[in-house]
Design a protein around this ligand. Sequence first.
Ligand SMILES: C[S@@+](CC[C@H](N)C(=O)[O-])C[C@H]1O[C@@H](n2cnc3c(N)ncnc32)[C@H](O)[C@@H]1O
Length: 209
Amino acid sequence: MSEEFGKAYWEERYRGRTALCSRRPNPQLVGEAGDLAPGTALDAGCGEGADAIWLASRGWRVTAVDIATTALRHAREHAETLGADITSRIDWVQADLTSWTPTEEHFDLVSTHYVHPAAPREALFRRLAASVAPGGTLLIVGHHPSDQQTTPSRASTPEVYFTAEEVAASLDPDRWDIAVAEARHRSATDPDGHEITIRDAVLRARKHP
Ligand SMILES: C[S@@+](CC[C@H](N)C(=O)[O-])C[C@H]1O[C@@H](n2cnc3c(N)ncnc32)[C@H](O)[C@@H]1O
């Protein structure tokens, strides 16, 4: 893992703030998973839990993993305000995704949004893909390389960026159907408070039954 994005970095980002991440689920998750029948889901790098909570509210049984204990505390506290229906469906797990290995062929949905534990990203995505159950869905969303021009402050961390096509090429075509592999525009606010348009790399693939 790049030292820059180690546990201390993420703890510091979450400490002292009640909601670093939005409490709304990520739009790519809502768009890509909204029609899936609920089952078991893994949210890898769940942050303050908006995606895990949204999935649980739709009947998914969620394993939500993050390296930052502070983020997980905020996530759990938020979930508790929503009642037992939600809390009983989410297992919050503190773990380092660069070494944590999810059970193979287990989850009906594996979702990861903007996790940049950096190197070795390919190995992480391989483990996440392996943990998708036959017939299940893999959803990987990250920052598209073109954002390095849109948000110059982040250009010093090129390992954060990837294309969906790169991830799609790493999946065995005998085992996967690629449903979506593209860059999508999204509105965001830059560190100076200006509205900007950024691009997400969005990969959705279905493992053969
Ligand atoms: C940019 S935030 C995104 C959070 C959430 N997925 C979202 O979209 O709002 C990245 C998250 O990944 C987590 N993370 C980074 N490296 C990690 C690692 N090695 N293992 C587990 N979680 C990690 C961070 O703690 C942080 O919560």
